[in-house]
Design a protein around this ligand. Structure first.
Ligand code: CAA
Length: 380
């Protein structure tokens, strides 16, 4: 597999890096403290084409490949993982889901606004009792002929309080198990659809995570995605690509923390020399660099497979499993390299450490990735 970047890839990466440094960095600590959603920055990311990176330009997207997507995700995540998860969910769960499986009418009506960042999307699969066990959907969508009626609760929904368009997974026919699950497009403001409390989170605090309530929410039949009963496969197929985005986010968090630790180690002096000259610190940097390089290979492999239209279910699970582990380990070590300063907000590494943890949880925990990988290994 050839991981050499083209000129265009390098330009896209540099544009994302520049945006992250000039636009995301200045307010990132304040947004984290206040749990503030970056409305204006999302608008700017839309203008740069970051909200619909892989979407066909005929639907308002940037028409780029998955490699470009992971490069953008890595650069944004080095600075602000809250902004990058908004980008990731909008791109790989909502836009991809609609572009790959939606009708032409659904694409014209919803995708065109989501891909430009005019509107923001949310993906609603998780429930109080259906997190990892995603087939156990308690939310119901009863078929009433020309419309469905949705009732239930969704939890931990990224951009939940801010989104305009929600892709909602619900059970229509319990007898049929996962084959009785459907996916729907639900617009913000639909009667009976209420946005519940915002979560007070350990990390990615600038992203907006909510519980959502559906009380007799009427959704027209034309808002169902795919054939009757396609909802669970829709969620699985969409999440496979989403996991590449979260793997790239984890990679970015790790490389952002590593770059800060490397810089700090060349400036901070102890025992008469810069601390990078002490083997205790130099070996940490060596381990970080090695792990990040390995994670990048897995992320790129998954992206290349998706672009080559090969099956990427296992590759995306491996990339997410490994990159999220690396993000956790590297950020902990980056705090250690910074010593007392690592525990202080202005040095950024403590936030990256807090942000890293979610990459081992959302879009499938590390344990779920191991289920996907082990089933693949045993099947092959
Ligand atoms: N593509 C297509 N179909 C798939 C698939 C895939 N990647 N994975 C599974 N399926 C199909 C199976 O083939 C099966 O269909 P058939 O019966 O027709 O063969 C059906 O789906 C059921 O699959 P399983 O029998 O494997 O189902 P399971 O109950 O064992 O669960 C699981 C599989 C992998 C554990 C799944 O439940 C899972 O991924 N759980 C984690 C859910 C998750 O990632 N949640 C994240 C929430 S979203 C989020 O975090 C977004 C955010 O805001 C950041």
């Amino acid at each position: 597999m050839n991981f050499n970047l083209t000129e265009e890839h390098m330009m896209i990466r540099d544009a994302a890096r520049d945006f992250a440094r000039t636009e995301l960095l200045p307010g990132v600590i304040e947004r984290d403290n206040k749990q503030e959603f970056p409305n204006e920055l999302v608008r700017k990311m839309g203008e740069l084409g970051f909200m619909g990176i892989m979407v066909d330009p005929k639907y308002g997207g940037s028409g780029m490949d998955t490699i470009s997507y992971v490069l953008i995700m890595e650069e944004l995540s080095k600075i602000d993982a809250s902004a990058s998860v908004i980008v990731s969910v909008n791109n790989s769960l909502v836009c991809y889901g609609l572009e790959a499986f939606g009708t032409e009418e659904q694409k014209q009506k919803y995708l065109t606004k989501l891909a430009t960042g005019e509107q923001v999307g949310a993906f609603c699969l998780s429930e109080p009792e259906a997190g990892s066990d995603a087939t156990s959907q308690k939310t119901t969508a009863i078929d009433m002929g020309d419309h469905y009626v949705i009732n239930g609760t969704k939890n931990w929904i990224t951009s939940g309080g801010r989104a305009d368009v929600y892709l909602v997974i619900a059970q229509t026919d319990r007898e049929k198990g996962h084959k009785g699950i459907n996916a729907f497009i639900v617009e913000r403001g639909t009667p009976g659809f209420d946005i519940g409390p915002k979560e007070d989170k350990l990390g990615i605090r600038g992203s907006d995570t909510h519980t959502l309530q559906f009380n007799d929410v009427k959704v027209p039949k034309e808002n169902r995605i795919g054939e009757d009963g396609f909802g669970f496969k829709f969620a699985m197929k969409t999440l496979s690509g989403g996991r590449i985005g979260i793997a790239a986010q984890a990679l970015g968090i790790a490389s952002g923390a590593y770059e800060l630790a490397l810089k700090y180690s060349k400036e901070r002096k102890a025992f008469g020399t810069e601390i990078c000259n002490h083997q205790a610190i130099a070996f940490k940097l060596a381990d970080m660099h090695t792990e990040i390089t390995a994670a990048r290979h897995l992320v790129m492999e998954a992206a290349c497979k998706k672009d080559a239209k090969e099956n990427y279910d296992m590759a995306s699970a491996m990339a997410k499993l490994y990159a999220s582990k690396v993000a956790m380990e590297v950020t902990v070590e980056a705090v250690q390299v910074h010593g007392g300063n690592g525990f202080v907000k202005e040095y950024h590494v403590e936030r990256l450490m807090r942000d890293a943890k979610i990459t081992q949880i959302y879009e499938g925990t590390s344990e779920i990735q191991k289920i996907v990988i082990s089933r693949g290994v045993l099947r092959d």
